[in-house]
Design a protein around this ligand. Sequence first.
Ligand SMILES: NC(=O)c1ccc[n+]([C@@H]2O[C@H](COP(=O)([O-])OP(=O)(O)OC[C@H]3O[C@@H](n4cnc5c(N)ncnc54)[C@H](OP(=O)(O)O)[C@@H]3O)[C@@H](O)[C@H]2O)c1
Length: 265
Amino acid sequence: MVLADRSVLVTGATGGLGRAIARALADRGARLILTGRRTDVLEPLARELGAHAIACELTDRAQVELLWSEALGAGVDVLVANAGVPATGMLTELTEEQVDRMLEVNLRAPIALARALAPSMVERGRGHMVFVSSLAGKVASPASSIYSATKFGLRGFALGLRQDLRPHGVGVSLVLPGFIRDAGMFADARVELPWGIGTRSPEEVAAAVLTAIERNRAEVEVAPAWMRAGASFAGVAPTVAAAVSRRLGGDKIAADHVSGQRDKR
Ligand SMILES: NC(=O)c1ccc[n+]([C@@H]2O[C@H](COP(=O)([O-])OP(=O)(O)OC[C@H]3O[C@@H](n4cnc5c(N)ncnc54)[C@H](OP(=O)(O)O)[C@@H]3O)[C@@H](O)[C@H]2O)c1
């Protein structure tokens, strides 16, 4: 799909990766509908990019419905479902309410938006949906069982939906970032990685979103080659991969994520 003059809805536009994604889409000439909760970030960003801003709390189903009705009214061609919460912590230390919120934002809201927007895309024989998952959607880490549940879930959903919408001219893609530096939930947590574990930038995630849409790619990973290979290996041998990760200090990295991301539950 050529993005110039296409209408694109971006969720999580106020976040570290969402801002980079919105700017990259604007550079391609897309007409943007940006959403997030923090209006003090959302509105200036929308003004800067000439975009339409819709504040939305994605755990509130009525607000999600208002969001997709407005998007339908604007004839949305592309959905970038990027909003997410870190969802880290031991299951036993999370309240039921926190778990529900994590599931709503990371999994239920993207599915609800896709369900609402798909029929009009199918009718036009054109459209694209990008779901921002994570390498945690391919490899499970300690103290993030709910995050993995949502990101594995999103991956299964998107890969299945891709098959269903393919005959109708509608593309579906996944973007799977690893550790992203400078901005976003990993950078905000200020976790120190052992030497040699590479990071990628928000701009590289944004470029991956463009590639996914313009080349209709099923999955685009944004991480060093060794990490991508490790994630694929974890798909076939998850317990061996978990043992290797423990040896490389995975438990400490996980614990640091939990303490650095507690405020985003
Ligand atoms: N950063 C990384 O290293 C990394 C790695 C792998 C995958 N990812 C994925 O990339 C996506 C973007 O993450 P990020 O790093 O940009 O995180 P972030 O900076 O924390 O931004 C999260 C975004 O989601 C929105 N959001 C959170 N809860 C919401 C809710 N209840 N209702 C509406 N919007 C809500 C936030 O809106 P407000 O700020 O306005 O509240 C914000 O725009 C997520 O899906 C994440 O899982 C990130």
